[in-house]
Design a protein around this ligand. Structure first.
Ligand code: FAD
Length: 411
């Protein structure tokens, strides 16, 4: 792998420039953060007839973790709430172009997990059975089937695979753009370059949201949604609401266009392939390939600068699991932030300690694929409807009541 080519970070500046119109003095709902969550929630609320919605974004829509995602959309989870959210999202994404008029480059070549231990195979077999019971086509593969499906994989040490043919990947920014445009068309005001710096509430022991302070002025409101991704813990602090979300840096590299014949691959069939034990992954990205993996140097801070140590780590993982793909040239790369919770499951609900404060955050590195469904669910909760799936298990109160609810299929 040629790692000498400069790959510019697409890192977003977080400094808010107070340009454009001032914030309105009043709104019914203020949504903080215009990533996939905030954008989908804004659209779904407006679609349910809620008026006077303001979507506040420190930078520009989609510029947070959503634009840094690998775009993977999979239904293979171990937690049934996650399977339901992912399945519904995929349904929305399949129809996105027809419904929102924007091409999201959806590729449905499936998602293949490579498993190198009997223990992992056993766990995945149970997860696959759960997914099948929920109507999905996931299945376990033996090593010969892996070779057939992904001939570029070095199968040494592998014991099984788990595959869902309907999973795939698409372009996150396009999804945000579709939601933001549709939300605007339904009257949502989108404030860009506008940072939330404080949250005000009234009352003593039982507090109620009264306003959101931004760099463009204070907005009086009765409902707030925290959809601030990796920064949600900071929004929680402003509101006196504990949101245990921590940032974790992850990197991605996209190659120059590849010669399929030389590499022995067929981009039109190549699944999103993940080596489960190392979390190394690769998927086709237009005429090239997109690679990702964790690194020991990944830091639990708001640091989304690229690390000079990462490309060598990636090169080692390619060499061991997909050696034929080592001969690609780096086109670009970036780092972004996962938004981790203690059990790698999202936080979705309404804060008991602050009336009117809703949250949808902490998706722990698999939030893009859940955005469309979470938009529906949160809008339902806020308008007193019953969501298509019961998300009370994702309420943040679980940490002090039922305990951790671990999602195992994490990358
Ligand atoms: C390298 C990488 C690869 C990934 N790959 C995948 C994948 O393949 N599939 C998948 O499903 N997920 C993936 N993810 C995870 C996914 O990107 C996130 O889970 C998802 O984008 C979260 O969306 P969000 O809307 O909650 O957060 P974000 O997109 O981060 O949006 C939050 C927004 O809030 C804004 N904000 C923060 N603080 C303030 C403030 N004070 N005032 C105003 N605005 C504020 C930010 O600017 C940001 O735009 C990946 C993440 C990374 C980093």
């Amino acid at each position: 792998m040629d790692d000498t080519a400069p790959a510019n970070s697409t890192s977003s500046a977080s400094t808010a420039t107070p340009t454009g119109a001032p914030a309105p003095e009043h709104a019914e709902v203020v949504i903080i953060g215009a990533g996939v969550m905030g954008a989908a929630i804004a659209y779904q609320l407006a679609d349910r007839g809620v008026e006077d919605i303001v979507l506040v974004e420190r930078d520009s829509p989609g510029s947070g973790s959503t634009s840094k995602a690998a775009g993977g959309v999979r239904t293979q989870f171990s937690d049934e709430v996650n399977i339901a959210l992912a399945t519904r999202s995929l349904e929305v994404l399949r129809n996105f172009e027809a419904d929102f008029g924007i091409d999201i480059d959806l590729v449905s070549n499936g998602y293949l997990f490579l498993l190198d231990s009997a223990e992992a195979a056993e766990t995945f077999a149970a997860n696959v059975a759960l997914q099948q019971s929920m109507g999905l086509d996931s299945r376990m593969l033996d090593v010969d089937e892996i070779k057939e499906l992904a001939p570029f994989v070095n199968t040494e040490g592998l014991v099984a695979g788990a595959f869902n043919p309907g999973d795939g990947h698409c372009t996150p920014e396009a999804v945000v753009s579709g939601y933001v445009t549709a939300a605007r068309n339904k009257g949502v005001r989108v404030l860009k370059n506008c940072e939330v710096t404080g949250i005000e509430s009234s009352g003593g022991a039982s507090r109620t949201v009264t306003s959101v302070i931004t760099t463009k002025g204070t907005i009086e409101c009765s409902q707030i949604v925290c959809a601030a991704g990796a920064w949600s813990g900071l929004i929680g602090e402003m509101a006196g609401v504990d949101l245990p979300v921590r940032p974790l840096r992850r990197e991605i590299m996209v190659s120059e266009p590849v010669d399929e014949e030389t590499l022995g691959i067929d981009l039109s069939r190549m699944p999103f392939t993940i080596d489960f034990s190392t979390s190394f992954y690769v998927h086709p990205e237009g005429p090239g390939l997109l690679f990702g993996c964790p690194d020991e140097t990944d830091v639990w801070e708001f640091d989304d600068k690229r690390s000079p140590d990462w490309l060598p780590t990636l090169a080692e993982l390619i060499e061991s699991r997909a050696p034929g793909l080592g001969d690609v040239e780096v086109k670009r790369g970036w780092a972004g932030l996962y938004e981790m919770t203690p059990d790698h499951n999202a936080l979705i609900g309404q804060a008991a300690e602050l009336d009117g404060f809703f949250y949808a955050c902490g998706f722990s590195g698999h939030g893009f694929l859940m955005g469309p469904a979470v938009g529906e669910v949160v809008a339902d909760l806020m308008t007193g409807r019953t969501p298509f799936v019961d998300v009370t298990p994702l309420d943040k109160r679980r940490f002090s009541t039922t305990g951790l609810r671990k999602e195992l299929n994490i990358v």
